[in-house]
Design a protein around this ligand. Structure first.
Ligand SMILES: Nc1ncnc2c1ncn2[C@@H]1O[C@H](COP(=O)(O)OP(=O)(O)OP(=O)(O)O)[C@@H](O)[C@H]1O
Length: 595
C-alpha cells in the first residue's frame, strides 16, 4: 500500500516553501549576498547599451575619436564587473545550499527512525527514497538558483523596461505590451505544470520501489522465474513516467513558443518604430541601437521566467512531499516523566488484559491477553497463523503500543519507561534476520551501542556463531552483503541472535527464530538458543515443536486471547486444541520439508 497522493492545492505550494525558513535563516545573508551579486552583475550588463548609445551619438556621430577612450574603458570595466559578480554569486551560494540540503536530509532520516512501524508498513520504501534523494536535490537547486533568479530576473525586467521608457516612451510601451502576455501565460501554465510535476515525482517514487523490491527479492524472483513479470511491471511504470514527462514537455513547449515569439515581436516593433524615428529625425541611431541591445539583454530574464516558475513549482512539490513525511506523527514517544526500572531488572514480564487493534482496522487483533512470564523463564507463544503472535511480541519493546490494558516489566508499565532504557532492557530478534551491509562487528554492535570487542565476542559465543565468524576471511571485520546475502540462513539467524543478546537484555523477545531453517541448521541454531535463553526472561513465538521444547511453559493464543498456559507435556495431555494445533504445525513442517 502506498500513501495518499493528493494533487497540490494552490497556496499549499507557498506554505510548503515558507516552512523551510528555519533552515534558510542561518544562511540568509549568504543568499542575500548572492542575490545582490547577481543583481549587480545584471545591472552592469544593462548599463553597457547606454554607454554604447553615448559612443554612437557622441564620438562616432561627431567623428571625434579622442573622446572614445573613457566610454570604452567604462564598457570594459562594466563587462569585467558583470563577470566577476556572476562568479561571486556561485561562490556565495554553493556552500549554503548544500548545507540546507544536508540538514533537511538528516532531519528526515532522524524522523524516519522515530516513526512507528505502522508508518513504515503503510509507505513504500521507494517513495521515501525518492523524497530523501531527488526531492531534496530539487530543493537545493531551487535555493541555489531558481529562487534567486526568479527575484533578480523580475527586478531586471522592470528595470530594463524602465530604461527603455527613459530612452523613448514608445519603445518602452512596445516592449511592455509584448512582456505582459508572457507573464500572463506563465501564470496560467504554472498550475497545469505543478499537477504534472507532482505526478512525475510520485511515479519516480513508484519506480524506485519496484527497483528496490526486485533487488531485495532477487532470489525469490529468480527461484520462481518471475523476473520477466517484474520487468513488465517496471516497463509499465517507466512508460507511465515517460508519458507524464512528455506531457510536461508539451506544456513547456507551448510556453516556450510564447517565450520565443513575443520578444522577437518586441524587437521587430522597436526596429520599425526606430527606423521611422531616425528617418524623421526624432530619434538618434545611438538610442535605437541601445534600445535593441537592452531588449536583447532582457530576453534571458523574460525567457527564463516560465522555466524558473516551473523549477519553483517542482521545488514546491518537492517541499510538500518532504513535509508529508516530516509531518507524519511520531506516535511512540518516551514519557515526559519516566518511571525508573530497578538497577537490576529481574525481567518479570506481564501482559494485563492487553488489547490491540491496527490503525484503521475494525476489529481488535488482541482481545484481552493476560500472561505472566516469570523472571528467567522462557515462555513459548503458540497459535494458529494470523492469531496475533507477532503483534503481541511487538508490544514489549513498544514497536507498537497497546490500545487497551498494559504490558509491565518488573511492575512498571512499559509506556512509563524511558524509551532508550526500555530498548536496552528488551531485545527483539525478528523472524527475518535482517543484516546490514556492514562488517560482522558493526552488525552485532547495533544491538548495544556501548558494546566492547569483548561483548561482541561473548555474544557470538553465546549464539554459537564464533566458530563460523572466525572462518570468515577477515573475521569480525568481514563485510557481509546487504541483508546478509552472502551468509547461510543458519548463520544469519545466529548473528541476529548475537545482536539480540550483545546488550545483555533482561527480556528477550524472539519471533520464530527457527523459521525457514533446514533440519541441520535448525539443530545448530537450537543449540545457540539454549545458551541464549539460559539467563533471560524470554517470550518466543514458536511454529515448530522443537522451539516449543526450548520453553519452560507454553501459552496458547486463540482468537486474540491466551486460552491455556502450561508445560508442553501438560498441554499435550490435557488440551485438545493444543494437540490439534501442534499436529497441524507438524504437518505443515513435513509439507515444507517434502517440498
Ligand atoms: N500492519 C498491519 N496492519 C493491519 N493488520 C495487520 C498488520 N500486521 C498484521 N495484521 C493482521 O493482524 C493479524 C495478526 O497478525 P500477526 O502477524 O500478529 O499474526 P501471527 O500469529 O504472528 O501470524 P503468523 O503465525 O502467520 O506469523 C492478522 O490477521 C494480520 O493480517
Amino acid at each position: 500500500m502506498t500513501e495518499p497522493k493528493d494533487e497540490p492545492a494552490r497556496g499549499q505550494n507557498l506554505a510548503a516553501l515558507r516552512r523551510l525558513s528555519p533552515y534558510l535563516k542561518p544562511v540568509r545573508w549568504r543568499m542575500i549576498g548572492s542575490a545582490t551579486a547577481v543583481l549587480g552583475s545584471m545591472v552592469c550588463g544593462l548599463l553597457i547599451p547606454l554607454v554604447l548609445q553615448r559612443i554612437l551619438d557622441g564620438p562616432v556621430a561627431s567623428g571625434d575619436t579622442s573622446a572614445l577612450t573613457w566610454p570604452i574603458i567604462l564598457a570594459v570595466v562594466l563587462g569585467a564587473t558583470e563577470a566577476l559578480l556572476f562568479f561571486t554569486r556561485r561562490r556565495l551560494i554553493s556552500g549554503p545550499s548544500t548545507r540546507v540540503e544536508a540538514e533537511l536530509r538528516e532531519d528526515l532520516y532522524r524522523h524516519l527512525q522515530r516513526l512507528p512501524i505502522s508508518f513504515h508498513d503503510r509507505w513504500q520504501s521507494g517513495q521515501l527514497l525518492s523524497r530523501a534523494v531527488s526531492d531534496l536535490s530539487t530543493l537545493r537547486r531551487f535555493i541555489a538558483f531558481a529562487a534567486i533568479f526568479l527575484v533578480v530576473n523580475s527586478l531586471i525586467l522592470v528595470l530594463g523596461l524602465g530604461v527603455l521608457f527613459v530612452l523613448d516612451p514608445v519603445l518602452g510601451a512596445i516592449s511592455t505590451v509584448c512582456a505582459l502576455p508572457l507573464i500572463l501565460i506563465s501564470t496560467l501554465y504554472e498550475s497545469k505544470y505543478s499537477v504534472l510535476a507532482r505526478r512525475a515525482q510520485d511515479q519516480t517514487g513508484d519506480l524506485a520501489t519496484t527497483v528496490e523490491e526486485s533487488v531485495l527479492g532477487i532470489r525469490v524472483l529468480k527461484a520462481f522465474g518471475r523476473g520477466p513479470h517484474l520487468a513488465a511491471t517496471f516497463a509499465r511504470q517507466a512508460r507511465a513516467l515517460r508519458h507524464t514527462e512528455l506531457r510536461k514537455v508539451h506544456v513547456m513547449g507551448l510556453l516556450w513558443a510564447a517565450i520565443i515569439i513575443l520578444p522577437e515581436l518586441a524587437i521587430g516593433g522597436l526596429l520599425l518604430y526606430g527606423t521611422f524615428g531616425i528617418t524623421n529625425g526624432t530619434m538618434t541611431l545611438g538610442t535605437l541601437v541601445a534600445a535593441v541591445a537592452v531588449a536583447t539583454y532582457l530576453r534571458w530574464p523574460t525567457d527564463s521566467i516560465g522555466w524558473l516558475l516551473a523549477e519553483s513549482n517542482q521545488a514546491a512539490t518537492a517541499a510538500i512531499r518532504y513535509w508529508e513525511v516530516r509531518d507524519a506523527p511520531v506516535t511512540i514517544t518516551g514519557p515526559t516523566r519516566p518511571r525508573e526500572l530497578p538497577d537490576e531488572v529481574t525481567g518479570h514480564l506481564r501482559f494485563e488484559d492487553v488489547r490491540f487493534a491496527y490503525p484503521g482496522a475494525d476489529t481488535d487483533v488482541l482481545r484481552g491477553v493476560t500472561l505472566d512470564v516469570r523472571p528467567g523463564e522462557t515462555v513459548a507463544l503458540v497459535g494458529a497463523t494470523g492469531s496475533g503472535k507477532t503483534t503481541l511480541t511487538a508490544l514489549v519493546g513498544r514497536l507498537a503500543d497497546v490500545t487497551g490494558g498494559r504490558v509491565t516489566i518488573d511492575g512498571v508499565d512499559v509506556r512509563d519507561v524511558d524509551l532508550t532504557r526500555l530498548r536496552t532492557v528488551v531485545a527483539t530478534a525478528f523472524e527475518e534476520p535482517v543484516l546490514f551491509s556492514a562488517s560482522v562487528r558493526e552488525n552485532i554492535a547495533l544491538g548495544g551501542t556501548d558494546a566492547t570487542e569483548q561483548d561482541v565476542r561473548q555474544a557470538l559465543r553465546v549464539a554459537s556463531a564464533d566458530e563460523f565468524v572466525d572462518t570468515l576471511p577477515w573475521g569480525l571485520d568481514t563485510r557481509i552483503g546487504e541483508q546478509g546475502l552472502s551468509l547461510s540462513g543458519g548463520q544469519r539467524q545466529r548473528l541476529a541472535l548475537a545482536r539480540a543478546v550483545v546488550g545483555r537484555p533482561s527480556v528477550l523477545v524472539l519471533d520464530d527464530p527457527l523459521s525457514a531453517l533446514d533440519v541441520h541448521t535448525e539443530a545448530e541454531v537450537e543449540h545457540a538458543l539454549r545458551s541464549v535463553l539460559a539467563d533471560v526472561t524470554a517470550l518466543v513465538v514458536a511454529h515448530r515443536p522443537s522451539t516449543v521444547q526450548l520453553a519452560d511453559r507454553v501459552a496458547l493464543l486463540v482468537d486474540g486471547r491466551i486460552t491455556a498456559v502450561g508445560t508442553h507435556s501438560d498441554l499435550l495431555a490435557d488440551n485438545e486444541e493444543y494437540r490439534a494445533l501442534l499436529s497441524s504445525l507438524d504437518d505443515e513442517l513435513r509439507g515444507e520439508e517434502v517440498a
